[in-house]
Write a protein that binds this ligand. Structure first.
Ligand code: IPM
Ligand code: MN
Length: 360
């Protein structure tokens, strides 16, 4: 297969972790005989420094025409003083999401066998099994609703609009995903307080009854869901929720798996191959030291092969390679037990690439 991948390293640890994912994709090319045309484009603060725009036209155009996008991370203190609309997170990330129509964000959170000890939860909770998929709505709600100031700056508002259409299309993604998993969707809202949540609940229920009655659907308030995530995470299969709740719950879910450095994500829309990125940020505090964990980005590349190109065996090869290097005891600093030696970002990438090349 011959495909074009737009590679957006971005800021902070972005370039370091993306380099390792590219290394692993090269190993997949060699082993399976594909051709991945990977071209890098500037994004985030790095692009701002280069040409005064965190999302240059050329980068956006390349993302639109590519078969899929692999992104590292954007942002950092250096660009925090820019006006909000020009900042890396707003201008690059949110614009990419909305311009490309990436309305569903898939964030799987699971505990890897070799990393059970890294979870801060008690062993009996972890051993019940943690393997969930958060499906977060990504182009609506308070992130994109009208915002502003009133009273001469003394009051502020962020409107949280949602339409039936927006809710239905992301709910469909969740039900379809549940069908390939354990058939259980937990829809998370705040229907006891918010009108948008009441519409959310009605719409998800109607879609379930009409098209997905064979799946199990339950509704949880977001405060309760946050509690259940640490109390009984094994009860979750697919969590479906709106933009802001999904942002918060996915960070929480990452911590119960041990490290945010392990969690990949896929952002998909009605058309196009989608955007793949780790859920963590640019971690400016450790940038340039070669100690960042590249596994979330490597696993995002695996998700890209599976979702954008239908290359399931190739994605499996990457995921097995990750499991095997973890089983051999390789750890970056964020997932290493105290007092245990850790390996560098590049050494971790080398090990995964090498394991991909090993045909079992
Ligand atoms: C994420 C990030 C972004 C978000 C920020 C950087 C705008 O936290 O992808 O989860 O809130 O969506
Ligand atoms: Mn977030």
């Amino acid at each position: 297969m011959e495909v074009q991948i737009a590679v957006l390293p971005g800021d902070g640890i972005g370039p370091e972790i993306v380099a390792e994912a590219v290394k692993v994709l090269r190993a997949v090319e060699r082993r399976f005989g594909h051709r991945f045309e990977m071209k890098e484009y500037p994004v985030g603060g790095a692009a701002y420094d280069l040409c005064g725009d965190c999302l240059p036209n050329e980068t956006l155009a390349a993302c639109k025409s590519a078969d899929a996008i692999l992104l590292g991370a954007v942002g950092g203190p250096k660009w925090d003083r820019l006006p909000v609309p020009q900042r890396p997170e707003r201008r690059a990330l949110l614009t990419l999401r909305s311009e490309l129509g990436l309305f569903a964000n898939l964030r799987p959170a699971k505990v890897w066998d070799a990393l059970k000890g890294a979870s801060p939860l008690k062993e009996e909770i972890v051993s019940a099994g943690i393997d969930m998929l958060i499906v977060r709505e990504l182009t609506g709600g308070a992130y994109f609703g009208e915002k502003g100031r009133g009273d001469g700056g003394k009051s502020a508002y962020d409107v949280t609009p949602y339409s039936v259409h927006e809710i239905e299309r992301v709910a469909r993604v969740a039900f379809e995903a549940a069908r390939c998993r354990r058939g259980h969707v937990t829809s998370v809202d705040k229907a006891n307080v918010l009108e948008t949540s009441r519409l959310w609940r009605e719409t998800v229920t109607a879609l379930h009854d009409a098209e997905y009655a064979d799946m199990k659907l339950e509704h949880l308030y977001v405060d309760n869901a946050a509690m259940q995530l640490v109390r009984a995470p094994a009860r979750f299969d697919v969590i479906l929720t709106e933009n802001m709740f999904g942002d918060i719950l996915s960070d929480e879910a990452s911590q119960i798996t041990g490290s945010i450095g392990m969690l990949p994500s896929a952002s998909v829309g009605a058309s196009g191959g989608g955007l793949y990125e780790p859920i963590h940020g640019s971690a400016p505090d450790i940038a340039g030291q070669g100690i960042a964990n590249p596994l979330a980005t490597i696993l995002s590349a695996a998700a890209m092969l599976r979702h954008a190109f239908g290359l399931g065996a190739e994605a499996d090869a990457i995921e097995h390679a990750v499991a095997s290097v973890l089983a051999r005891g390789l750890r970056t600093a964020d997932i290493a037990d105290q007092g245990v030696a850790s390996v560098s970002t590049a050494a971790m990438g080398d090990a995964v690439a090498e394991a991909v090349g090993v045909v079992i």
